[in-house]
Design a protein around this ligand. Structure first.
Ligand code: DGL
Length: 261
């Protein structure tokens, strides 16, 4: 088996990592969280494009993966091209699942719930234009949900009224399907479901990304039978919260180390 680097601004990429682990338990994973620069959804394209290629390059120099997953919609819709330009391994991006949502939305009105940065991107304009031109697509950006997902995985209680406030505009519009267009949001799936007073489809990209990673790895010339090393999480900025560190362990990253920015 090979070795994949999973990258996000924080714990969001764990939702993608878990899908990949479920599909390929023997794949070695390294995880990197850019804790010092979060939230990405509040950063401009210029800021993300200036930071991410170099950061990914140095992370790849450190862990030497066969492939990297940018497990972050905000980073992928902004800087995927720049990251791919300086790395010579396959880079898998995570982008909003607009096409599947358009395919299953019963009433034709669905939401793209992402970070403020993602929902205003031209990348999303293009996805809607290509795959949902006749749908009524409601875009909603929330940084609070990113913080609440971080809180939850750091062992802090998530107040249901905070979730209700964030998804309230989607209830008013009565969307029947919600694209979870931020990798932090599947970590709050149960809370989001309970905040919506009617049945709703929640869609994220995790499973599709796991399938893509599997295909790329199977195509690699050296397909190793065994995991090359143990799974490690690298926290940019040395976050020392013991509960958060424990969370990484429950997701299979038994070694958690801090990195200086
Ligand atoms: N998890 C990231 C995403 O998928 C963003 C979180 C943040 O704003 O840092 O967009």
């Amino acid at each position: 088996m090979a070795h994949a680097l999973i990258f996000d601004s924080g714990v969001g990429g764990l939702s993608v990592s878990a899908e990949i682990r479920h599909r390929m338990p023997a794949l070695q994973q390294s995880y990197a969280a850019d804790d010092v620069f979060r939230p990405y959804g509040e950063k401009s394209d210029a800021e993300l494009q200036a930071r991410l290629p170099e950061l990914l390059w140095s992370l790849c120099e450190t862990v030497n993966p066969d492939l990297a997953v940018i497990a972050c919609n905000t980073a992928s819709t902004s800087a995927l091209k720049d990251i791919r330009a300086i790395l010579d391994i396959p880079i898998v991006g995570v982008v909003p699942a607009v096409k599947p949502a358009a395919g299953i939305s019963p009433g034709g009105r669905f939401a793209v719930l992402g970070t403020p940065g993602t929902v205003r991107r031209e990348y999303v304009d293009k996805l809607i234009e290509d795959f949902a031109p006749d749908h009524d697509v409601v875009r909603l950006g929330s940084t609070a949900l990113v913080r609440l997902a971080e809180d939850k995985l750091s062992g802090r209680r998530v107040n249901p009224s905070d979730i209700e406030r964030e998804v309230g505009p989607l209830i008013v519009k009565k969307v029947d399907t919600i694209v979870l267009a931020c990798t932090h949001f599947p970590l709050l799936k149960a809370e989001i479901e309970s905040a919506i007073p009617y049945a709703v489809n929640l869609i994220d990209s995790g499973e599709a990304i796991a399938r893509r990673v599997e295909t790329l790895i199977e195509e690699m010339p050296v397909f190793k039978a065994r995991r090359p090393g143990s799974d490690m999480a690298l926290l940019v900025g040395h976050d020392k919260d013991p509960i958060r560190r424990e969370t990484f362990k429950t997701y299979g990253f038994h070694c958690v180390v801090g990195l200086h920015d």
